[in-house]
Design a protein around this ligand. Structure first.
Ligand SMILES: *Cc1c(COP(=O)(O)O)cnc(C)c1O
Length: 359
């Protein structure tokens, strides 16, 4: 059986990209984000490849994601970026030897309920301006008091998250780093600041630990810059195939709502991939795909199981030919920009129906 849609994942690319992170931040330890099923690439294979390449730690959003990795015999340190949300989760996190990011007082109380001697590895998350999660800067002394009262707790470090690191001209990143440094002045413990954009764009954000996500998968978070521009290798190729090729006369309209009109006699290809696979309806006419090494354009609305392509640039295309949705020759960053979104959402948006193949 030939799968309709295949995501081919190059695990060696993840290891190569980890190397790029290490070259950019040679003095930092690396906590690679494999949350959201490894950004849609498969959390377990991604984690195995990164662990084999010597990553210092992995990061997931929640307990379920971490337990999935532990069940797959991933033994390296794993941090829970959102921490725990119940006493039961707190106990599980300790049992699974997870590092718990603590961002609020209610989470401290959950962990304290495990008892004074419970062995808990924690990171304190400080809000330096993102204003999503984290303790106010002024809470640092109180957090140190909490630590002193919990002899079983190990502090792995202090985390903050950047709001606008993907904007090279936005001085707010420098402001956040300065606030974080000032709040922790004289306080011991490793610091962790940069996500991918921080690592790429801001040397001051490459602290004791870096937390790359997107760049590990070979894509760039910086607008107008692809992963390849930074020496990264895209890890995912998403391909479908043509299941119909037909010519239509000028003036004929294509697909739902007749949103695309043939400007001349036009060869139209139908590829077996749609929004039920993760090609969102925001992929408008004009979005690029590739057939036979040539760039072609989406023509008309994305449907649940199909897209229609203007094949005038690939006149030899035939039924059965592969259609590349994104991959090395067609950067996901570029496709995402055309579709009004970001590569993160393209990768995470792939559905169950997509067949995964690992190299
Ligand atoms: C997801 C996440 C990261 C990784 O972000 P990228 O932009 O994918 O590099 C880092 N830190 C935190 C707190 C995150 O939630």
């Amino acid at each position: 059986m030939i799968p309709r849609v295949t995501a081919t994942i190059d695990l060696a690319a993840l290891q190569h990209n980890l190397g790029v992170v290490r070259r950019l931040a040679p003095r930092s330890r690396v906590m690679a984000a494999v949350k959201a099923n490894g950004y849609g690439h498969g959390a377990i294979p991604a984690a195995r490849a990164l662990e084999a390449a010597g990553v210092d730690a992995l990061a997931v959003a929640c307990l379920e994601e971490a337990v999935e990795l532990r069940r797959a015999h991933i033994h390296c340190p794993i941090a829970l970026l959102e921490g725990v949300i119940s006493e039961e989760e707190a106990a599980q996190a300790v049992y699974q030897r997870l590092q718990v990011v603590v961002h609020d007082h209610w989470q401290i109380e959950l962990l304290q309920r495990l008892g004074r001697d419970a062995q808990v590895g924690i990171w304190f998350k400080i809000d330096s301006g993102m204003h999503r999660l984290g303790f106010p800067l002024t809470d640092v002394p109180r957090l140190l008091d909490v630590l002193r009262a919990q002899p079983g707790w190990t502090l792995h470090g202090w985390i903050t998250h950047l709001a606008s690191a993907d904007e090279p001209d936005n001085g707010f990143t420098r402001e956040q780093v300065a606030r974080f440094d000032a709040a922790l002045s004289g306080v011991s413990g490793p610091r962790s600041i940069g996500n991918s954009a921080g690592i790429i764009g801001w040397p001051e954000a490459r602290a004791d630990w870096v937390r790359p996500g997107l760049m590990i998968y070979g894509a760039s978070p910086m607008p107008g810059q692809t992963g390849a521009d930074l020496g990264l290798k895209p890890a995912m190729r998403l391909e479908s195939r043509l299941i119909a090729v037909r010519d239509f006369e000028a003036g004929e309209t294509i697909g739902y709502a007749q949103s695309w009109t043939c400007p001349e006699r036009t060869r139209i290809g139908v590829a077996a991939v749609g929004y039920a696979d993760g090609i969102h309806r925001t992929f408008r006419s004009g979005t690029a795909a590739m057939v036979g090494g040539r760039r072609v354009a989406y023509a008309g609305r994305v449907s649940m199981d199909m897209i229609t392509l203007d094949l005038r640039q690939a006149p030899d295309a035939q039924v059965g030919d592969p259609v590349l949705l994104w991959g090395e020759e067609l950067p996901a960053e570029e496709i995402a920009a055309q579709a009004g979104t970001i590569p993160y959402e393209l990768f995470c948006g792939l559905t169950q129906r997509v067949h995964f193949r690992y190299r």
